[in-house]
Design a protein around this ligand. Sequence first.
Ligand code: GLU
Length: 290
Amino acid sequence: MEKPIFRFAPSPNGYLHLGHALSALENKRLAEQTAGSLLLRIDDIDLSRARPEFELAISEDLAWLGIEFDGPTRRQSDHLTDYQEALDTLKDEGLAYPAFMSRAEIRDHVSAAEAAGDSWPRDPDGAPHYPGVDRELEESERIVRIAAGAPYSWRLDMAAALSRVSTPIHWLESGAGPNGETGQVVANPNLWGDAILARRDAPASYHLSVVVDDAVQGISDVVRGRDLFHATSIHRLLQELLGLPVPHYHHHRLLLDADGRKLSKSREDTSIRDLKSAGLSPADVIRLIN
Ligand code: GLU
């Protein structure tokens, strides 16, 4: 059997907190248990938020925790052409369309529909599904708008995409989803509507870059927090559409704050750095997680 390959893939837009440490340690534990290797990937596709000082701090904090990585680190910003190629494949297949609506326009469209009594679906992150208006635009109208400099992102035509693959799509889950889903899980990409593939200000969305990276790095086992469980549905669909290999998935428990919310960098929950400067040892930090 091939040696399993795991990865830990933090985004360098803040300091690592206890939730990241849990994820990195879960990857390390499972890699050790299976004599697999563990790779580090820097998920800096969101170029507007990624900062080199956070990337450096992440490496230092992981080393301090005693987590070592095999092989070279992959940094997404070094591989933008890989994502462009994947996007081009989807465009050539007629599965991606330029989406011109701004956030405010989407919000207004959805509020108007809701005011008229329609219910509007939300994706698992709570964002309203993208309205179908731009999907129906004539090609000539798209060309005119783009030539006039209108900003746009790229979206997946979900209905067209689903008609190209044999459904249901599955994945093998050895952790669990929010409702205890485990074993052979049926993907439900429809949850995401016309998912985003590339943003106005970033060359690829998280969903597109993560499936490309996992394939390029030969990842056999994706171990990450349960908050990304539903994202796996859209990742599986993209893998089918792009002909990419399918890793096994393990979604682990999340660490919650006193109010029951997931720890987050944006709310500046206690970072590994702070714990270290407060005098805790790596063993103390690991105890806090367990
Ligand atoms: N970069 C993502 C994050 O920090 C994780 C990506 C993944 O594990 O698929 O939340």
